[in-house]
Design a binder for this molecule. Structure first.
Ligand code: ZN
Ligand code: ZN
Ligand code: ZN
Length: 371
């Protein structure tokens, strides 16, 4: 039975959000439906529509949420609703006039990255002296440090993705299309408890040299390197792992490139400990690849945070000076991409512990041979 979060859990998160906003010199946080609202209240509206739902977490008073009157019963039954003053608005009225009651007319707020432009424009119309900045800019670490229950859910999602990998290396690759292997992967993710499949990338041969190639109709054959990057949502938390496999015996060059990426992934992992800047994880991985002469073929950052969403702060990227704290959770996924030839990427989710890192993916990182 997966952990369910209580009103107390959400209350503590709301309090922390208020403190973070204050520390950032803001009047509060404006939250619209999506991961931030789920994180702070447990509330997921039946659909994200043009009807305004908005939570305001002020730095100096109680949090309040306004919802369409027809969705009020749903909002009231959300686990975190007891921490909020709830109000509503009815069709035919201006929702922004109603929402203005929750805001300081001259306030400066962080607003959810995913807030619809129409809602932000509506607020700016009724409160022309209020100001807004993006939550990911102002409060990037709002959801970054996971508590023990969240870590458990992330570990369980990782384990389920690993189980899907063990399934997939047993299927036939050669003679089948990328799309067919991708469908097998999706099925395996679901079979191991994912409620949603977020992505199943199958990049075979030259397609693997495009880091975001999803999958296509290319038929796999003996000799192909195949990048498999997949994940989904299990009990609310996301999995994301990559392994690169080879159909039949690899060449010397393929082995060598894979080995470099494996060592780069390990170097990134070994750089993880509290107090280290995120960019140091990127630098540690990247150094291995640069020193091996493939620096220009590693065309993306080393990693991204993960939690309720697949990509969130903290980012393991040059210039990110935020320091790692115990409970932060992110990917380490260096790669080498050789245009028209093949690609290699190896990705584990890693949680920061008191004295280092803990891998939430544990399938073999060595090059696996498939049939
Ligand atoms: Zn090959
Ligand atoms: Zn991935
Ligand atoms: Zn990833």
């Amino acid at each position: 039975m997966a952990k369910t979060f209580t009103a107390e859990d959400f209350g503590a998160r709301i309090e922390r959000a208020g403190r973070m906003a204050e520390a950032a010199g803001l009047s509060g946080v404006v939250v619209t439906p999506g991961a931030d609202l789920l994180y702070l209240t447990g509330y997921v509206p039946v659909a994200i529509t043009e009807r305004l739902t908005m939570l305001v977490v002020p730095s100096d008073r109680e949090a309040a949420m306004i919802v369409p009157v027809l969705e009020r019963p749903d909002a009231e039954s959300a686990p975190g609703s007891s921490n909020l003053t709830l109000s509503d608005w009815a069709d035919g009225n201006d929702p922004y006039e109603a929402a203005a009651e929750l805001l300081d007319p001259e306030g400066r707020y962080a607003i959810s990255d995913a807030a619809w432009a129409m809602h932000l424009l509506g607020l700016q119309r009724v409160l022309p002296d209020s100001h807004y900045v993006s939550t990911s800019d102002a409060l990037p670490m709002l959801r970054a440090v996971k508590d023990a229950d969240e870590l458990e859910l992330l570990a369980a999602a990782g384990e389920a993705a690993d189980a899907a990998f063990y399934d997939i290396v047993g299927v036939r690759f050669s003679g089948r299309k990328e799309s067919e292997v991708a469908a097998d992967l999706a099925e395996a993710l679901k079979a191991h408890g994912h409620s949603t499949v977020e992505f199943t990338l199958v990049g075979s041969g030259p397609n693997g040299a495009n880091p975001h190639h999803e999958f296509g109709e290319r038929v796999l054959r003996e000799g192909d390197m195949v990048v498999l990057d997949f994940g989904g949502i299990k009990d609310g938390y996301t999995s994301d792992t990559t392994r690169t496999v080879h159909v039949g015996e690899p060449t010397e060059e393929e082995r060598k490139v894979h080995e470099i990426v494996e060592q780069a992934q390990q170097a990134g992992f070994e750089a993880v400990r509290p107090g280290v800047a995120c960019q140091e994880v990127d630098r540690a991985s990247r150094k291995l690849i640069v020193d091996a002469g493939y620096g220009e073929r590693f065309v993306h950052r080393t990693g991204h945070g993960i939690g309720l969403t697949a990509h969130e702060p903290p980012y393991m990227v040059e210039g990110e000076e935020h320091v790692l704290e115990p409970g932060m959770c992110f990917s380490i996924e260096p790669g080498i991409y050789l245009p028209n030839e093949f690609g290699v990427r190896i990705e584990d989710i890693v949680a920061v512990t008191d004295d280092g890192g803990r891998r939430l993916n544990t399938t073999p990182r060595e090059l696996t041979i498939v049939a």
